[in-house]
Design a protein around this ligand. Structure first.
Ligand code: ZN
Length: 243
C-alpha cells in the first residue's frame, strides 16, 4: 500500500504537472491535508483489521481547517492511495478529488457543523449494532461510559445517508462524544482520529460487555448509578490534565 513511490510523497505540489488538470481535481491538495489523508487511511484500515467494520461498511473523516477529508464510497481502504484524497467543504460541496464521498456524509458534516470535533468514525460494529436493536440507551454497565460523556443513547432509525438520520444522531450526541444508531451502527467523534477511533473501540467493547453480562440465564447485571458515573467523570477530567 502506498509504497510504490517510496517516500516521494509529493502530494500538494507538482502532482498536477503530469496531469491534465481539468478533470483531475478541484484544487491542489495542501501538505497538511496530504498528511491528514494518510492518517485517515490508516485509521480506516484499522477499523477493518480490528473487526469493527466488514468491507467498506463504515466511514472515517477528519477536519483540516474548513475542509473535511472523508473516505470515498465503495473503495476498499487498503486500496486508497495518496492521490485519492477526497474532501468536501462544510456545505458538502466537493473540493478535493474525483471519487464519490461516503453516502454517510450528512452525518459527518452535521457533527462538524455543531461541535468542535476534528474527526468522526462511523462503523457497523457487531455488538454495538446488536445493542442498538434492543434498547434506547446502553445501560450503565461500566464506568467507561464517562469517557463518552455519559450514558450512550441510541438514535432512532432513519434511512442511511439521509438528513433525518443526521438529525436523529445529533440529538443522541448532545453532550456526548458517541452514540448508537438504531439497527445501523456507531458514531463517535474526537479531537483527533486516534481519539475518535478509541471511543468507537470502547463503545463496541462496552456493548459486548453488556450483551455478555445479560446473556446469563436467571441473572441480570448490576448497573452503575448516574452519581457513580459523575464521580468517574470528575476523575477523568483530572486524569486528562495530568498527562
Ligand atoms: Zn453506516
Amino acid at each position: 500500500m502506498a509504497e510504490q513511490r517510496g517516500d516521494g510523497r509529493g502530494a500538494g505540489d507538482g502532482r498536477d504537472g503530469g496531469r491534465d488538470a481539468g478533470q483531475s481535481r478541484h484544487r491542489v491538495v495542501r501538505p497538511e491535508e496530504a498528511r491528514a489523508w494518510e492518517e485517515l487511511v490508516t485509521t480506516a484500515i484499522r477499523t477493518v483489521s480490528d473487526g469493527l467494520v466488514v468491507g467498506t461498511s463504515g466511514n472515517v473523516s477528519v477536519r483540516v481547517g474548513d475542509t473535511v477529508l472523508v473516505t470515498p464510497s465503495g473503495v476498499p481502504y487498503d486500496r486508497l492511495q495518496p492521490d485519492d484524497v477526497t474532501g468536501v467543504g462544510l456545505d458538502g460541496r466537493q473540493v478535493l478529488g474525483t471519487l464519490v464521498p461516503t453516502s454517510e456524509l450528512p452525518m459527518h458534516l452535521a457533527v462538524y457543523r455543531t461541535t468542535g470535533a476534528r474527526a468522526v468514525v462511523h462503523t457497523h460494529a457487531v455488538h454495538a449494532t446488536a445493542v442498538s436493536t434492543l434498547v434506547s440507551e446502553l445501560p450503565l454497565i461500566h464506568y467507561m461510559a464517562a469517557a463518552l460523556g455519559g450514558p450512550v443513547r441510541v438514535a432512532p432509525y432513519a434511512t442511511y445517508g439521509t438528513d433525518e438520520l443526521a438529525e436523529n444522531m445529533l440529538h443522541a450526541l448532545a453532550d456526548r462524544s458517541g452514540c448508537l444508531l438504531q439497527n445501523h451502527g456507531t458514531v463517535t467523534h474526537g479531537a483527533s482520529l486516534d481519539q475518535a477511533y478509541d471511543r468507537t473501540a470502547q463503545l463496541e467493547w462496552m456493548c459486548r460487555l453488556w450483551l455478555t453480562a445479560t446473556s446469563v440465564p436467571g441473572l441480570s447485571p448490576s448497573l452503575l448509578s448516574g452519581e457513580q458515573l459523575a464521580q468517574v467523570q470528575e476523575r477523568l477530567r483530572g486524569y486528562g490534565q495530568r498527562r
